[in-house]
Design a binder for this molecule. Sequence first.
Ligand code: SF4
Length: 350
Amino acid sequence: MMAPSVEELIKRIHSLVPRDRKIRIMNVCGSHEHTIAFSGMRSLMPPNLELIPGPGCPVCVCPESDIINAINLSRQRDVILVTYGDMLRVPSRKGSIRTGGGNYRIITSPFEAVRIARSNPGRKIVFFSIGFETTTAPAAAVLDSGVPGNFFMLCSHRLTPAIMETMVRDAETGIDGFIAPGHVSAITGSNAWDVFPGKYGIPAVVAGFEADNLLLGISEVLSRLEHRDVRAGNVYGRVVRPEGNIRAQELMNKYFKVADVNWRGIGRVARSGLELRDEYAGMDAGKVFGPGEVKEEKIPGCICGDIILGRAYPPACGLFRKACSPQAPAGPCMVSVEGACNIWYRTESV
Ligand code: SF4
């Protein structure tokens, strides 16, 4: 059967949105928000359908306490902190990793962290490992491949389903349905989202990142709402299997355990992150170097927490386009190309 055209999908979406109430669908992944914003998709939607950006930018959700711990570690003698490029610019009240005066290197893959450790046997290499299931799986693969004794991990991994559940319980957010993240679902499987229809009566449909696939996902969410047939779905079947990547899940489970963790601008969320299992405490930078937990503080005027939770759009922030830009980010959601503030800043510019 021929796939529906973009025009047909937009017509279908208009026909499915009820006239008498607002529908709010959250796209969890930063790449989804990128497609929605840069394609102008919002301008083609019915006025009472809101497409809300969600928490899927790993840099945005990394808590300030972990950034400050990373800065403190990078300043220790003999330590080289290695992490992904975007993390260097994330602001904290102690500055950023880049301006913190410590030793750091940029990597694009966790395997580079191991190479740096092997080629610097006299230094302690601390890999500041952040992100959702998509970066946790390669981090676990690196640990499983064998790491030298001078390799340590500062673990700041977060679990997507857990923060989505937090949002559903937040009455202020008022989410009617989810576009579940395509990349994360490749690891977790589409079955990971069954909890939303099963426990909360909210449909969740996995979609890819092309505009037509995303439109198909939105129409599937609306169709489920219309027919009160609330099930999880998957329109990204060419990449995402129901059970996900079992080998990746086994590796993640081998090295990490679920923990209560902080989220930037949100605070502590139960069972929403990962930490190294006790048997790997010898490479856990948080335990070995003892940087200690730093109190979490919000950046004055920054409403990233509200944006991540779907309570506000970037222009609601008084600093947006004034004291905060991609060139000089005042808050974390402006740093990465996956951050909602960064995307809205750039799409309003084109
Ligand atoms: S515009 Fe800047 S300061 Fe405001 S919410 Fe976004 S990142 Fe935070």
